[in-house]
Design a protein around this ligand. Structure first.
Ligand code: PRX
Length: 699
C-alpha cells in the first residue's frame, strides 16, 4: 500500500479515497419549472467570475435602501470583506414596513403551538409592524439600548423571538440569540462574551408535551456571566401565556421585568427604523470550534440581508403567495436566515412551530402541512430520519402538496433522500440539499431547483457567484472526478460571509484563512480562499458531496458541538482525571458524542460516575450534548509526548480498524479498551465514514 505525507502524518492513498457509488439523477418536474423564480439558463453567466463582485448587486437590488452604496466590495483589509459600502438600510424596514402597502393583511408569521388543542396564531404584516415597533420602543426607552449595543436572547420557537430580533434591528441593536435548548451556563458564557447587559428570555415553552421552566436558565446565565465579569442589569421575561406566569422561578426585584406588562406603557408607539450602514453588525451567532470557547460570528446588515433575500428567492423559490415552513430552530443560523430574515425580506408567510415534529404522534408534521397548506418545506436529515422511523407511511395519509423541499445541516444518506423525495415529496417536489455554515450566512452549494438535476447525497455545485474548490493538505487543487476527498474551500468572498469573530478578529484569520492564504500581505481576494473545515469530494459533473467536519467538531443532528467543550464539562466531575470525546455513528442523529474518561488515582469506577458526567454535560452545554455512552477506561491511549489519541478511540467506538498503534506510549491499553467496548470477538471494518476516519488526525 502506498503512503503519502499529509501534514505531519502518514496517510495511505486508500484511506483518503472515498468508496462511494455514483447515484442517478432526478429531474425537476414541469409544474415546478413553470413557476420558478429562477429559470434563466444564463444565470451562471451573469454570475461568472469576470462579473464578480458586481453580479451580487442583483441580490442587493431586492432590498430597499435608504442610500445606495458606492462600492460593491471593499477588499482593502483582507479577509474582513465589506459589502455595499456607503449604502444605508434597515433590516426591520426591509422585512416589514415595505410590505405594508401591498400586503398588510397577509400573514407574515403563522405560529403553531406544540399543544394541538391550542389555536394557531396568524400574525399579519400589519400586526408584526405594530408589535415590533412597540418592542423597539421598549428596548430603547425602558432597557436603554442603543445602536451597537449587544443583547442576548434566550428564546424558544415562539413569535416573540422574531419580534424581538426585528425590534433590535429596527434600532440598530445587535442581537445574539442563544438556542433555547442550551443550558443557562452555556447562555451565560455567550452573554459575557458578547458584553450584553440586557438578556431577553421567556418564562416557559412547550416541548414534547411538557411546559418547561425556562426562566430558571436566565438566573443561571446571569450568575455565569457575572463570574466572567459581565453584569446583567435587566432580564426581560416574555410570558408564554400572557395571562399567567409559566415558571416557578422567582422574579428578581429590580432586575427581572415581564415584557408583556412593560409593553403596556408603549402601546401604539412607533419607532422610525434607523438607517444603518450596510457594514453595521446585525447579529451575532455563536458556534463551536476546534478550541474551547464558542465563537461569535458577526453578520452585517447589507451584505447578509442581500444574500439571504437572494437565496430565499432563487434557491428556496419563495414567492409572496407561498406558505413556507422551515422546521429548524431560530436559535441556529438556519432559522435566522431562512425562517426570519430571508423569507420576510421577500414577503413570504413563514411558519413557526414550537415543538417536536413527532409530538404527539408521527402524523403531526403532516397535519400542520395539510392544515396550513404549506408548499415549501425545509428541514434536516436528522428530522427526516426521525419522521421516517416514526411513521414511514404517514405522509400519504395527508392532503398536502409540497412544490419544494430543502435538506440542510448534515450529509443525507441517498436512501433517506429517496424516502424524502418519494414519500414526503410525493414525487412532486424538487429537493435542494443546501450546504453552508453559521459563518457563511447563507447557502453555498446547492442545485438551482428549476435548472439543475438533483443527485441524492450531493449538495450540488456552488451557487451562482460562489466558487468552491477542493484543496489537498498542501493547497493543491484536486480535480473533479478524482474520487478522493479533500478540504472544501471557497475561492471568493460573497455578501453573506461573516464580518469577523466578535472580539477576536485574529481567530477569524487563523481559523478560516491562514491555512490556504499564500500571502498574508495580499490585498487581492483571490489570495484568500475561505477554508470551511469540511471534507468533501467533487464528482465529474461538478457536484460537491460534503462528507463532514475535518476538525474536532461533532455534528450532532445538524448542530455543531466542539469536542473540547464537552471534554471540559466532563472534567468538572471530581472523580474524572482525563476525558476524550469522539463521534460515533448514530442512526437518527447522524453523529453522537461518546465519552471516554479515566479516573483520578485511587478512585474506583462506580456506576454513579457516568451519570455525573452526563449531568455535567447537560448543565454546561444542554441536552443536545448528551453522550451515547460514557466509558470509564483504565487509561487513555497516548502518544509518547502524552497526547490522547482520540482517533484510536473513535475507531474503537465505530468498530473500525485502529490502524498503527505501535508508536503509542501504552499500546496495550488499546486492546483492553477495545474488548471493553466491543467484547472479545474482533469485528472491525477498514472503511468508515470520512469524518470518523479523519477524526483526531490533526492532533
Ligand atoms: O459539516 C457541515 C454541515 O454542518 C456544518 C455547519 O454547521 P452549522 O454552522 O451549525 O450550520 C448548519 C446549517 C447551515 C458544516 O460545516 N453541513 C451543513 N449543511 C450540510 C452539511 N453537511 C452536508 N451536507 C449539507 N447540506
Amino acid at each position: 500500500m502506498s503512503t503519502q505525507q499529509i501534514g505531519t502524518r502518514e496517510v495511505s492513498e486508500d484511506e483518503i479515497a472515498v468508496h462511494w457509488k455514483e447515484e442517478s439523477y432526478f429531474e425537476p418536474g414541469p409544474e415546478f419549472i413553470k413557476q420558478a423564480n429562477l429559470s434563466d439558463p444564463n444565470v451562471r453567466k451573469r454570475f461568472a467570475l469576470e462579473n464578480f463582485p458586481e453580479c451580487f448587486t442583483e441580490y442587493a437590488d431586492l432590498l430597499t435602501w435608504d442610500r445606495r452604496w458606492d462600492t460593491t466590495l471593499d477588499t482593502s483589509d483582507p479577509p474582513f470583506w465589506k459589502w455595499f459600502v456607503g449604502g444605508k438600510l434597515n433590516a426591520s424596514f426591509n422585512c416589514i414596513d415595505r410590505h405594508l402597502a401591498a400586503n398588510k393583511n397577509k400573514a407574515a408569521v403563522i405560529f403553531v403551538p406544540e399543544p394541538e388543542a391550542m389555536a394557531t396564531e396568524a400574525i399579519t404584516y400589519q400586526d408584526l409592524y405594530v408589535r415590533v415597533n412597540e418592542m423597539a420602543a421598549l428596548l430603547r426607552d425602558f432597557a436603554g439600548l442603543k445602536a451597537g449595543d449587544r443583547v442576548t436572547l434566550h428564546l424558544p420557537m415562539v413569535p416573540e423571538l422574531p419580534i424581538t430580533m426585528l425590534a433590535c434591528a429596527r434600532i440598530g441593536v445587535v442581537h445574539s440569540e442563544v438556542f433555547g435548548g442550551f443550558s443557562g451556563e452555556a447562555c451565560g458564557v455567550r452573554v459575557a462574551d458578547s458584553g450584553s447587559r440586557v438578556m431577553i428570555t421567556m418564562d416557559g415553552y412547550y416541548r414534547n408535551g411538557k411546559l418547561l421552566d425556562h426562566k430558571v436558565n436566565a438566573d443561571i446565565a446571569v450568575e455565569t456571566a457575572a463570574k466572567e465579569g459581565q453584569h446583567v442589569e435587566k432580564v426581560l421575561v416574555w410570558k408564554r401565556h400572557p395571562d399567567r406566569y409559566s415558571s416557578t422561578t422567582a422574579m428578581v426585584a429590580g432586575r427581572d421585568h415581564f415584557v408583556n406588562e412593560v409593553l403596556d406603557d408603549y402601546r401604539g408607539q412607533k419607532v422610525a427604523p434607523l438607517a444603518m450602514d450596510s457594514t453595521a453588525p446585525l447579529f451575532l451567532m455563536y458556534t463551536s470550534g476546534t478550541t474551547g470557547r464558542p465563537k461569535g460570528c458577526q453578520h452585517g446588515t447589507g451584505g447578509y440581508l442581500s444574500y439571504v433575500a437572494g437565496t430565499s428567492k432563487y434557491i428556496q423559490d419563495i414567492h409572496p403567495e407561498d406558505v413556507y415552513w422551515c422546521m429548524a430552530d431560530i436559535g441556529w443560523i438556519t432559522g435566522h436566515s431562512y425562517i426570519v430574515y430571508g423569507p420576510l425580506a421577500v414577503g413570504a408567510t413563514s411558519v413557526i412551530y414550537e415543538g417536536v415534529p413527532t409530538y404527539p404522534d408521527a402524523g403531526r408534521a403532516w397535519r400542520i402541512a395539510e392544515r396550513l397548506d404549506v408548499n415549501i418545506f425545509h428541514t434536516s436529515p436528522t428530522t427526516i430520519r426521525m419522521l421516517r422511523r416514526a411513521g414511514p407511511l404517514e405522509p400519504a395519509k395527508y392532503q398536502y402538496h409540497f412544490k419544494h423541499m430543502t435538506t440542510v445541516g448534515e450529509p443525507i444518506e441517498p436512501e433517506v433522500w429517496r424516502w424524502f423525495y418519494h414519500v414526503v415529496g410525493k414525487d412532486e417536489a424538487v429537493i435542494v440539499d443546501t450546504w453552508w455554515q453559521t459563518e457563511t450566512g447563507g447557502f453555498l452549494c446547492s442545485t438551482i431547483p428549476a435548472l439543475e438535476r438533483m443527485k441524492p447525497g450531493s449538495a450540488g455545485p456552488g451557487l451562482p457567484g460562489i466558487y468552491p474548490v477542493i484543496f489537498d493538505e498542501q493547497g493543491k487543487e484536486m480535480p473533479a472526478g478524482s474520487g478522493r476527498a479533500g478540504n472544501i474551500c471557497i475561492r471568493n468572498p460573497w455578501p453573506g460571509i461573516m464580518q469577523t469573530i466578535w472580539g477576536d478578529p485574529a481567530r477569524m484569520v487563523k481559523t478560516y484563512y491562514a491555512k490556504y492564504c499564500k500571502n498574508l500581505e495580499s490585498k487581492s481576494w483571490s489570495d484568500w480562499p475561505y477554508f470551511a473545515g469540511d471534507g468533501a469530494m467533487l464528482a465529474e459533473d461538478g457536484y460537491f458531496r460534503v462528507l463532514g467536519r475535518v476538525d474536532d467538531v461533532i455534528n450532532v443532528a445538524g448542530h455543531r458541538l466542539g469536542t473540547k467543550e464537552i471534554e471540559s464539562a466532563c472534567l468538572t466531575v471530581e472523580e474524572v482525571a482525563e476525558a476524550a470525546v469522539v463521534p460515533v455513528v448514530d442512526e437518527i442523529r447522524g453523529r453522537a458524542p461518546e465519552v471516554y474518561v479515566s479516573l483520578k488515582p485511587g478512585i474506583e469506577a462506580t456506576p454513579d460516575i457516568p451519570a455525573k458526567v452526563v449531568h455535567a454535560i447537560e448543565t454546561t452545554i444542554g441536552k443536545i450534548g448528551r453522550p451515547r455512552d460514557v466509558r470509564i477506561v483504565p487509561d487513555m491511549p497516548k502518544t509518547r509526548s502524552g497526547k490522547i489519541m482520540r482517533r484510536v478511540l473513535a475507531a474503537i467506538s465505530n468498530s473500525m480498524d485502529v490502524g498503527d498503534i505501535t508508536t503509542l506510549a501504552n499500546p496495550d491499553v488499546v486492546e483492553q479498551i477495545r474488548v471493553q467496548v466491543q467484547g472479545q470477538e474482533k469485528f472491525v471494518t477498514r472503511d468508515g465514514p470520512e469524518d470518523i476516519k479523519q477524526f483526531g488526525q490533526q492532533e
